[in-house]
Design a protein around this ligand. Sequence first.
Ligand SMILES: [Zn+2]
Length: 88
Amino acid sequence: MPEPVDDECRCEEMREHLYEFLDSEMSGSDLARLRRHIEECPTCREATDVETHIRMLLRRSCREVAPSTLRLRVITQIGVLRAGGHLR
Ligand SMILES: [Zn+2]
């Protein structure tokens, strides 16, 4: 079976580049191609929606958790640095 020789974006490619697509870490033409595919392909559109939703939830929960965790980490690090005498 020969490979189809069109530049149509396929679901495989979409799945492979889903994260780059969502992070907009792709070249403009690839981004446009995948965007076009999403418009025509309900499966990939759904996958993108789900991933976007998950990211939104993660971001929200991170914002709630981050300050105390980050503070703790910074405090611990300062303690380690002082103990090791690296702050001279
Ligand atoms: Zn698709």
